[in-house]
Each structure stands twice: as structure tokens, then as C-alpha cells.
Design a protein around this ligand. Structure first.
Ligand SMILES: [Zn+2]
Length: 490
């Protein structure tokens, strides 16, 4: 019995002690493990908040510039050029709101000092100040073009845009001097043509970018720098289509344009209500309603010739039927500048101003003037919204120029990105494809879509040299002295 007690004691006590130690260890392990899981969860939870905040910040940019959530997850270092342009290089636009992702807002205008009859210059500049991505595209060139310092006009325009206060007279003078280097008629104290100035300024910048200077390589203005092409902002492409009755051949030519000059048209030639060839069709066949649409209709109307006068260059056979020619818009530019040609000859064979009031809408659709040959276009993608007007009041020899600008506009992010980052077209290849498409098109039928117009809250300003005050949209639309209209893709 005594032996049994000893054995029991010897076995039971160590086993109990061992079991207790094991239980303690297991308890302690699980306690530590539990603590660590909780801590990890805490860190993860905090991390979530952090990442969440970052995402929220990025979404803010993304909604403004990208419109896609997956880009937000790339973090703040992703190299979207529009993102970089706005965040790092600044710009006149400033007050975008997250909840209004499709609203594009600029700061109110700052007037330009009159340097001696320079209202023609000041008014066109105001319209450029409020052109989306104009400053951004120049800013990107500054950081990426090796010879930027030698691009006198481009550099001076950017310096003027960067100066965000009224003390910019020196910069204003530099731009005027750079323009005078191209055409010395400007800035001699005489009143000049605002449209001519605009063409010289825009043409001058594009020339500088294309040609560079003698010591440096030209900047690839077509493909753009960091994705935004300054050229793409204003440049559209015309297509001229020739069709021939006898052989049914189709021939096309392409030509670039930066601004459009339209005539004042009282009545439009309706001879071609029924199209002689379906290849000459526009995306929409609606009749023009507003005066500027009538002007564009004149610009894009069908001309007819005898085939003997315009022989087919495809087959070189001189037919006996008719040949038709029509110029249409193939690629509309994101920024559409329309000049109203107000010059007319009077009875004494002297040039005078046609002071007729013209009707132009705030939003209009370009589909009536765009060729079906560009199959990527649809009626819905061709709405244009007015954002600036250069007005000329008074007579031809004198008068005064001023501008209206809208600082708050709609902004379709994806549409603009598509336009600004567009690759240059291979026109030779395009020519043969389009000719083939138009030839075949003659045999098929199709329908055109409907126009969609959106409402926006706008904010118009009247800017006359140094005077700036707010204006109503009613004051701007169909202004009796409108001279240059600035539309942008809606
Ligand atoms: Zn032919």
C-alpha cells in the first residue's frame, strides 16, 4: 500500500505539474497571439483610413481629370499630364469642386492695360486666357522643351499667363513685341484687326514649336509633349470630296485649319437638297437655324462642275456628266474659333463693315458640317459651347474691341483627353481608306442621330482693356457686334 502511494505520488504530481505548465504556456501563447491579431487589425484598420484618405485625395483629382477610379489607386505619382499640369504648374483655373466633377472653373478675369490702341490685342488675349488647357500646354513645354528659352513668342505668352495680377504690363508688352517680330503692322499705335492678330499669335506659336530655332531640334508639336498637344487644341481637319457622275469615282484631300472664317449669309443655295452622291453627306442633315450655321453651310456647300472642266483624276477619263466638290469638317478641333467676316464692299467700291446682327446659339451641333467619312464622329460628340466672344463696336477704321468670357463651364474629361492626346493622322493612308468608304457608301442607307443639349451654370464677364464686370448670358448671345466666337467641345 505504501509502495502504491509512493508510485502514485511520483507519477501524479509530475504529470499534474507538467499539465499545468503546458496549460499556462498554451494560455500565454494564445493571449499573445490574440493581442497580436488585434494589433494587426488595429494597424490594418488605421492603414485603411490612411489609404482611404489617400484614395479620397486622389479621387478628387481623378474625378476632375480622369473620371476613372482605377487611376486613383495608382497613387499621387501617376503621370497623367493633365494632373501634373494642374497640380504642379498651376493655371488660371482653381476652384474646381469634387462634387461637381464635370465643372471647369477659372478665376475671374484680370484686365489688360491699353498700350496705345491695343484693344484688338487685349480682347483676343482674354479669349485665350480662358481657353481650357492653353496655359497647361505651354507650361508643359516649359518643363520639357530643351529650347523653350529660345521660343520668344511662346515663352512671352506663358510669362504673361503666369502673372496672376494686374501688374503684368511688362509681360503684355513682351508678347506684343514678339508678335511684332512676326508682323510689324501690330502695335504701332494704330487700330488693327483682332482676328488677324489671333491668327498671327496662334500661327506664330505653332511655327515656333514646329521649327524650333536654328540651334535646337524642333519640338514634336504633333504628338505633343507629355500627352497634351498644343496643336490638337485648336487644329481641325477639313476633307474636300470630289465625286464624278460618269465613273462614280471618289477622290479626297485633307487640309488642317486653326480658325474658321464664315461669311454673313442671307440665303443659302438650296439646289442640292437632294444629294447627288451619298459620299457627300454630313452626319446630320438638319437645316441650319442660326446665322452662324448658315455661314458654315455656305462654307461647306456643294459645288458642281462639268466633268470637262473638272476631269476625274482617279481614272483620267474625261466624262460628259457632272463633277461635284464639297469641303466638310473631317476632324473638328476641341476649340472652335469662328470669325464672322464683316467686311463688305459698298456701292462706291470701298471696304466697309457689315454691321448686321447675327444669331448664334450658346450650344450648337457641328454634325451638319461634318463628313460621314469620319466614322468615329457621332451627333452626340459634336456639341459645342460658347465660352468667349470678341466684340467690335464702331466703324471699320476705328471703333473698340472688347471681350466676353465665361469662367464656369461643363467639362467632359474623357472627351477632352481623347482630343488633346490624339495621335497625328496618317493622311495618305487615310485618303485611300476614306475614298474606298465613300465609294461604297453610295450604295447603302443610314440614319442620323439626335442632338443632346445640357444645361450648365455659367459665369460671364465683360472685359474691356482694364475694365472687368460681370455680364449676363443674354448680353453675350447674338450680340449685335460679335466678331470672333470661341466655342469648345461640350
Ligand atoms: Zn474616274
Amino acid at each position: 500500500m505504501e509502495t502504491l502511494s509512493i508510485i502514485l505520488l511520483c507519477v501524479f504530481i509530475p504529470v499534474t505539474v507538467l499539465l499545468s505548465i503546458c496549460l499556462l504556456c498554451i494560455h500565454s501563447y494564445w493571449k499573445r497571439k490574440w493581442k497580436s491579431i488585434t494589433k494587426e487589425n488595429d494597424i490594418e484598420a488605421k492603414g485603411d483610413i490612411k489609404i482611404g484618405n489617400q484614395s479620397k485625395e486622389n479621387v478628387k483629382h481623378t474625378l476632375r481629370f480622369q473620371g476613372r477610379l482605377e487611376d486613383a489607386q495608382r497613387g499621387p505619382s501617376h503621370q497623367d499630364p493633365t494632373f501634373v499640369a494642374d497640380e504642379k504648374l498651376g493655371g488660371r483655373k482653381k476652384k474646381q469642386k469634387v462634387e461637381e466633377s464635370k465643372l471647369f472653373e477659372f478665376d475671374p478675369p484680370i484686365g489688360n492695360k491699353n498700350l496705345g490702341n491695343t484693344c484688338f490685342f487685349n480682347s483676343s488675349l482674354q479669349a485665350l486666357y480662358f481657353t481650357k488647357f492653353f496655359e497647361d500646354a505651354l507650361s508643359l513645354l516649359k518643363v520639357s522643351a530643351p529650347n523653350f528659352q529660345n521660343l520668344k513668342l511662346t515663352k512671352s505668352v506663358l510669362e504673361l499667363l503666369e502673372k496672376k495680377n494686374v501688374n503684368h504690363t511688362q509681360e503684355l508688352r513682351s508678347v506684343l513685341n514678339a508678335v511684332r517680330n512676326i508682323n510689324n503692322q501690330f502695335g504701332r499705335g494704330t487700330q488693327e484687326d483682332s482676328y488677324e492678330l489671333l491668327n498671327t499669335l496662334l500661327g506664330g506659336i505653332l511655327d515656333e514649336l514646329q521649327n524650333g530655332d536654328r540651334t535646337c531640334k524642333p519640338i514634336d508639336v504633333d504628338s505633343g509633349v507629355n500627352g497634351i498637344s498644343l496643336k490638337n487644341l485648336f487644329t481641325g481637319i477639313f476633307i474636300t470630296i470630289y465625286v464624278y457622275d460618269s465613273c462614280n469615282d471618289v477622290e479626297v484631300d485633307f487640309e488642317e485649319f486653326t480658325t474658321l472664317s464664315i461669311p454673313i449669309a442671307d440665303n443659302i443655295d438650296q439646289n442640292f437638297k437632294k444629294l447627288p452622291h451619298r459620299g457627300l453627306q454630313t452626319i446630320s442633315s438638319e437645316d441650319p437655324r442660326f446665322d452662324i450655321e448658315k455661314g458654315l453651310a455656305v462654307l461647306t456647300q456643294i459645288e458642281d462642275y462639268e466633268e470637262s472642266d473638272l476631269p476625274c483624276r482617279v481614272c483620267n477619263i474625261e466624262g460628259t456628266g457632272k463633277a461635284y466638290r464639297r469641303m466638310l469638317v473631317f476632324t473638328p478641333p476641341p476649340v472652335l474659333v469662328i470669325h464672322i467676316d464683316r467686311f463688305k464692299m459698298n456701292d462706291f467700291n470701298r471696304l466697309t463693315k457689315n454691321a448686321q446682327r447675327l444669331k448664334y446659339p450658346r450650344i450648337f451641333n457641328m454634325a451638319k458640317f461634318c463628313s460621314v467619312a469620319n466614322t468615329e464622329l457621332s451627333t452626340n460628340s459634336l456639341n459645342y459651347e460658347l465660352y468667349a466672344v470678341v466684340v467690335h463696336s464702331g466703324a471699320l477704321g476705328g471703333g473698340h474691341y472688347y471681350a466676353y468670357v465665361n469662367t464656369t463651364r461643363m467639362h467632359d474629361v474623357e472627351k477632352w483627353q481623347e482630343h488633346l492626346k490624339r495621335s497625328p493622322l496618317d493622311l495618305e493612308k487615310l485618303k485611300s481608306n476614306v475614298e474606298e468608304f465613300l465609294r461604297k457608301r453610295h450604295e447603302f442607307q443610314d440614319d442620323s442621330g439626335q442632338t443632346e443639349v445640357c444645361k450648365v451654370k455659367d459665369s460671364w464677364f465683360y472685359v474691356s482693356d482694364e475694365s472687368v464686370c460681370s455680364a449676363s448670358v443674354d448680353e453675350v448671345i447674338s450680340h449685335k457686334d460679335a466678331y470672333i466666337l470661341f466655342y469648345e467641345v461640350h
